[in-house]
Design a protein around this ligand. Structure first.
Ligand code: ADP
Ligand code: ADP
Length: 229
């Protein structure tokens, strides 16, 4: 579902953030990228949806090589890729419903259809009743549920998660991880997540790549690579 080949990213500062990364994420799996701060995880994630232009190498998502697309085609392809963030990245001036509706507005989905989809999404993430609240009125876990609902709005095949639970307390982290697991199982959603926390990998991932200094040091099934006590 996601295929990354010989990916390199050299920033203008000369920093080599990615130094020849290969990655294969199969359809329907939860794939974790584990590594310390500075390893290149978030650069990799931003290159997977081309928020960041790779210096060289290719990124293929759902059979489409993104690196070769023009901007219009890339915008369309991105609608099949959802993304969630460590600090949620919600619009504070918009309601919960308004945040979830935002990508649908951008995609030109008509108002009535949008309202139906927003209600459906809030139900999926367990936020019915919060449609008219503002982000500032929500807990961290509720904010991340809004982020997840927004990411799923356009029926993506792939969800990218950038340290989605790093800002949450342990109990809330468990409930968000359980939600991701459920979405993976029920929707067949392929999830690529980055984290610096081993327990996140153990809790939800099928496969893992361990990154060090812009390279994949090891990759494989979680059950094979990571010993469980
Ligand atoms: P991680 O997500 O694993 O912490 P990053 O991808 O954020 O790693 O960073 C990898 C390397 O690239 C680090 O040395 C970081 O300082 C550098 N880096 C990240 N973003 C930029 C940027 N926009 N410009 C220059 N250097 C960057
Ligand atoms: P904002 O003012 O924050 O942009 P709106 O209230 O205009 O938010 O709503 C944005 C979108 O969310 C619209 O598409 C609307 O149909 C939908 N929406 C608004 N309230 C609800 C609700 N209670 N349940 C479901 N969808 C809603």
């Amino acid at each position: 579902m996601i295929h990354v080949s010989r990916l390199r990213k050299v920033y203008e500062t000369g920093v080599v953030a990615l130094d020849g990364v290969d990655l294969d994420v199969r359809e329907g799996e939860i794939f974790g990228v584990l590594g310390q701060s500075g390893a290149g995880k978030s650069t990799l994630l931003r290159c997977v949806n081309l928020l960041e232009r790779p210096t060289s190498g290719t990124v293929t998502v759902a059979g489409q090589e993104l690196t070769s697309l023009d901007l219009a085609a890339l915008r369309r392809a991105r609608q099949r890729i959802g993304m969630i963030h460590q600090h949620f990245a919600l619009l504070s001036s918009r309601t919960v419903a308004g945040n979830v509706a935002f990508p649908l507005e951008v995609a030109g989905v008509p108002r009535r259809e949008r309202a139906t989809r927003v209600a459906e999404l809030l139900d999926v993430v367990g936020l019915d009743g919060k449609a008219s609240s503002y982000p500032a009125q929500l807990s961290g876990g509720q904010k991340q549920r809004v982020g997840i609902a927004r990411a799923l709005a356009a029926h993506p095949k792939v969800l990218l998660s950038d340290e989605a639970t790093s800002a949450l307390d342990p109990g809330t982290t468990q409930s968000i991880l359980a939600l991701l697991k459920r979405l993976n199982a029920e929707l067949g959603l392929t999830i690529l997540l980055i984290t610096h926390e081993m327990h996140v990998i153990k809790a939800v991932c099928d496969s893992v790549a361990i990154m060090r200094e812009g390279k994949v040091a090891e990759a494989g099934r979680v059950a094979d690579l990571i010993a469980t006590p």
